[in-house]
Write a protein that binds this ligand. Structure first.
Ligand SMILES: Cc1cc2nc3c(=O)[nH]c(=O)nc-3n(C[C@H](O)[C@H](O)[C@H](O)COP(=O)(O)OP(=O)(O)OC[C@H]3O[C@@H](n4cnc5c(N)ncnc54)[C@H](O)[C@@H]3O)c2cc1C
Length: 491
């Protein structure tokens, strides 16, 4: 038995940010992480090691209802998925917090407004060193402060591309990014999808967990996997943890889960006595409708190194021809031929090299809608099962159509697109949605579980809707907001 004031399970953006915010509040805090520190080694930047050998991916399989096994896109290490993320740190639009009508349904409002979250977005942007230009993006919500750092400049070919989009009447903007520009960041071509070997990416380990564990009040157990929470009456009484084969029971005043939206729901489903009046634990799983798009200009080499600086939101909320939300377009890190090989094993490498040397790459991201039928469950052996039927596909098709048209007009005649499947769960959210009413939601607006006095969940499982923007900054902002409320309850 070990006693703490607070136990936080998971050291990703949610758990790591919360620990950082509470590090000096006087509470004795224990962070529990099932993985270890991700090593700094040459393989960090080796596309074959990262994308073909999946060196840093979780060695775990999940399954579909039909029993097909797949490897989820998860990273069990200090910092969680943010160790390999693209560091696009965007706020949700103001409209994302309200009810939004889509072609195929309705995206619900949040119990927290944009205005309430805005000050915490500002703090999260400082913590994660976000670079951006205020006023660049036509859909940008009001900001009380500018970005802490100027936008990462485009390289020449991306600048030209932005110009071409402007000539088409579009409003391209600099994608807000969390990197240590001007200091350690080399603006290399192994950022998005790779761990940063020089620790210049603003991930949860670097920006939150390491500074948190510098505090004498905060301890970190790595290689320690929370198995279940033990509930007595209306409170969590203990947490059972597997520490490298040894079972430990931890007691704390307050417990916070931040294992990622699927794993937090699974942990609760594995535990006995969890109140679930709404029946929503594990339900409303969302991941966005995503496609990768590769546009090739056969007569010109793409010499860009750091490509992920440009984004388009002109169709985010719809337009005259299609008055429903369509989503966001953003460039991704420069794809290399060896990264394509795992997706296209039958295409000869020289052909992939030819294409990758002449292509630019985009992420096409549309909102998917909460549907209780899309959910997380456990098999009889305790394995995670994902029930997922993508919805709202028309919006995504419309966005893809516009992305193709814009790129054709910019001089890219050859365009390939690849829809993402169930394995691409990087933007997972919604499985423990927050709301004011315990009859329809799992968490309250400060992420405290309805019906339990001392349990909170601060990963993206609290999202009532997925928006069509990258989730990490919103997770961080809410963790800072929750921390502020929690501080009041500590001595
Ligand atoms: C390749 C890639 C690119 C991405 N790019 C972007 C981007 O550019 N912008 C953006 O906003 N988002 C991006 N994302 C998504 C973003 O990384 C996630 O939304 C965010 O990191 C989620 O943070 P989290 O704290 O909710 O969960 P996680 O990062 O999943 O962290 C959960 C942590 O809990 C630990 N854990 C799980 N179960 C247990 C257990 N039982 N016991 C103990 N520990 C446990 C895990 O090891 C992990 O460290 C990307 C993701 C990927 C994979």
């Amino acid at each position: 038995m070990t006693d703490y004031d607070l136990v936080i399970v998971g050291t990703g953006i949610g758990g790591g940010t919360l620990a950082w915010a509470l590090r000096d509040c006087g509470a004795r805090i224990l962070l529990i992480e099932r993985g270890d520190f991700l090593p700094r080694e040459p393989e960090n930047w080796n596309p074959t090691a990262v994308f073909s050998d999946h060196r840093y991916k979780a060695r775990e399989t999940w399954e579909t209802p039909s029993g097909r096994c797949f490897k989820p896109g998860l990273h069990y290490c200090v910092g969680g998925n943010s160790k390999v993320y693209g560091a696009a740190l965007t706020r949700f639009r103001e409209e994302d917090f309200n009810t939004l009508e889509h072609k195929d349904g309705s995206s619900p409002n949040w119990p927290v407004s944009y205005d309430e979250l805005e000050p915490y977005y500002c703090r999260a942007e400082k913590l994660y060193r976000v670079h951006g230009n205020t006023g660049d993006d036509p859909t940008e919500a009001p900001r009380s402060q500018g970005y802490p750092h100027n936008a990462v400049p485009h390289e020449p070919q991306i600048d030209r591309l932005a110009d071409s989009f402007r000539k088409q009447g579009l409003n391209p903007f600099h994608l807000p990014l969390g990197i240590d520009l001007g200091n350690q960041c080399l603006r290399c071509h192994t950022c998005d999808g790779f761990p940063c070997r020089v620790h210049a990416k603003s991930d949860a380990e670097i920006c939150a967990v390491r500074p948190a564990i510098d505090s004498p009040n905060v301890s970190l157990w790595t290689n320690s996997r929370a198995q279940r929470v033990v509930v007595h009456n209306d409170a969590v009484h203990a947490l059972e943890v597997d520490c490298g084969g040894e079972r430990k029971t931890i007691q704390a005043g307050t417990y916070v889960l931040s294992c990622g939206a699927v794993n937090s729901a699974a942990l609760l489903l594995r535990s006995d006595g969890i109140p679930n009046a709404s029946g929503m634990i594990g339900r409303n799983y969302m991941v966005h409708n995503n496609s990768a798009l590769m546009a090739v200009r056969p007569w010109e080499l793409n010499t860009t190194t750091f490509q992920k600086t440009l984004s388009i939101n002109d169709w985010y909320l719809g337009e005259n021809e299609w008055p429903w939300p369509m989503g966001n377009l953003q460039m991704i890190g420069k794809v290399q031929a060896s990264m394509l090989k795992s997706a296209r094993p039958n295409t000869p490498l020289p052909m992939l090299k030819y294409l990758a040397n002449r292509s630019i790459e985009w992420w096409v991201m549309s909102e998917d809608l909460p549907d209780p039928k899309n959910h997380v469950s456990l098999t009889s052996e305790g394995r995670i099962r994902i029930h997922w039927q993508p919805n709202n596909p028309a919006a995504h098709r419309q966005l893809l159509k516009r992305a193709r048209r814009m790129l054709h007009r910019a001089g890219y005649p050859v365009i390939f697109s690849q829809p993402m499947g169930i394995e691409t769960n990087s933007h997972q959210c919604g499985t423990l949605k927050m709301g004011n009413d315990p009859a329809t939601s799992v968490l309250d607006p400060y992420c405290k579980m309805h019906g339990l006095s001392n349990l909170r969940v601060v990963d993206a499982s609290f999202f009532p809707s997925s928006g069509a923007m990258n989730p990490a900054l919103t997770i961080a902002a809410q963790a800072l907001r929750v921390a502020e409320q929690m501080i009041k309850s500590f001595p």
